[in-house]
Write a protein that binds this ligand. Structure first.
Ligand SMILES: *Cc1c(COP(=O)(O)O)cnc(C)c1O
Length: 378
């Protein structure tokens, strides 16, 4: 089956007794044991397993083309679990523009527990190569990246990891398997914040790791999920599984709207520069065209001027919402530098946008109004 069909059908067989097409939400924390001591329904206790979580995990594994998926209550819980599966003394090579929280977790929590990390520009393969150490165990990539929407070469980085005896993990939150398939490119693990495009409606927090092959890492992740109690609630799993059903349709429109917005902003006199790999002169364009089937729903742009001018543009929008996060139906705009704080790598005149599912003309008119209202004497 094709990915669009998998997104609708995987794990969604009609419910046994009611024949309901949409699955019921199973809230029970405990499940009946047979007279022989077995668990005929396949579940014993809700921390170890739940039908809604099982359905979600089956669908996530199918979409990424992996062996199994392990669902977590947030993207950060998924990232935490991958790093927690390492041992003290082991080393991580991570993208210097990985999700802000990933860097914070590595620097603040894991470094003091003996798992060290080196942060490198992953668009530079030589930099990745030279960051590898004998005890490097994990290479963490993320593409397209935040906030400059840079593209790194998944297949090449996975190869460098393998040569160095490390596993590779790709944060595929922004692209989703509709646009990019890291496991097919040789990556070992795919991580997702399902809070974003998978849930798709800005109403559920979640995360997952999809594993290409059975083995030690999968077992370790299952153990962390169960022993650490890092489990999504049945309703959260249900909402996320529901979001997947419309993922393909939504991604097509997110991408189309982002492409149009990028072109519009690129031609606007108040905009200094647009970062979107769909633009032909974007530094990531050629690589993105090769490794992605479309260019994604995220873009960012530098307003002519500085922080005040960027704030003025964000203040002027009425259709687009001023909020963090991405991947939902509502278009969002955000000044990353002020959200990330003093250690940010985001330029002060940069605004990041998540293209939503509103009509493109309403979005363009909204930005046009906001840009026109921004201070002119810059
Ligand atoms: C949001 C996000 C995360 C963190 O996920 P949460 O669900 O907020 O914990 C990680 N990586 C990327 C790329 C994200 O966008």
């Amino acid at each position: 089956m094709r990915i669009e069909t998998l997104a609708v059908k995987t794990g969604m067989d009609p419910d046994g007794t009611s024949r309901a097409i949409a699955p019921p939400i199973t809230l029970s924390t405990t499940f009946e044991r047979g007279e022989d001591g077995s668990y005929p329904g396949g579940f014993d206790y809700s921390r170890s397993g739940n039908p809604n979580r099982a359905v979600l995990e089956a669908a996530l594994a199918a979409l990424e083309g992996g062996r199994e998926a392990v669902a977590f209550p947030s993207g950060m819980a998924a990232t935490f679990s991958v790093i927690f599966s390492l041992s003290p003394g082991e080393h991580v090579v991570a993208a210097d523009d990985a999700y802000y929280g990933t860097g914070v977790l590595l620097r603040d929590s894991f470094a003091e527990r003996g798992i060290e990390a080196s942060f490198v520009d992953m668009t530079d393969l030589d930099a990745v190569r030279s960051a590898m150490r004998p005890h490097t165990r994990l290479v963490w990539m993320e593409t397209p990246s935040n906030p400059l929407i840079r593209i790194s070469d998944i297949e090449a980085i996975a190869g460098i990891a393998r040569e160095g005896g490390a596993i590779s993990c790709c944060d595929n939150t922004w692209a989703t398997p509709l646009l990019q398939r890291p496991l097919d490119l040789g990556v070992d693990l795919v991580m997702h914040s399902t809070t974003k495009y998978f849930g798709g409606h800005s109403d559920v927090t979640g995360g997952a790791v999809i594993v290409r092959e059975p083995g030690g890492t999968l077992e370790a992740l299952r153990k962390i999920q169960k022993d650490g109690g890092l489990v999504p609630s049945p309703f959260d799993a249900w909402l996320t599984r529901r979001g997947l059903e419309s993922l393909a349709a939504r991604m097509a429109m997110h991408c189309a709207n982002a492409m149009e917005l990028a072109r519009f902003l690129d031609a606007h006199p108040r905009v200094e520069r647009v970062h979107y790999p769909g633009l032909r002169d974007d530094p990531g364009h050629a690589l993105a065209a090769r490794q992605m089937s479309d260019f994604g729903g995220m873009l960012s742009f530098n307003v002519v001027g500085g922080r005040d001018e960027a704030f003025a543009v964000a203040a002027g929008v009425k259709v687009i919402a001023r909020a963090t996060s991405l991947g939902g139906t509502h278009s969002l705009i955000e000044h990353r530098a002020s959200v990330e704080g003093p250690t940010t790598r985001a330029p002060e005149n940069l605004l990041r946008m998540s293209a939503g599912l509103e009509h493109i003309d309403d979005l363009k008119e909204d930005l046009d109004r906001a840009l026109a209202a921004a201070p002119a004497d810059v």
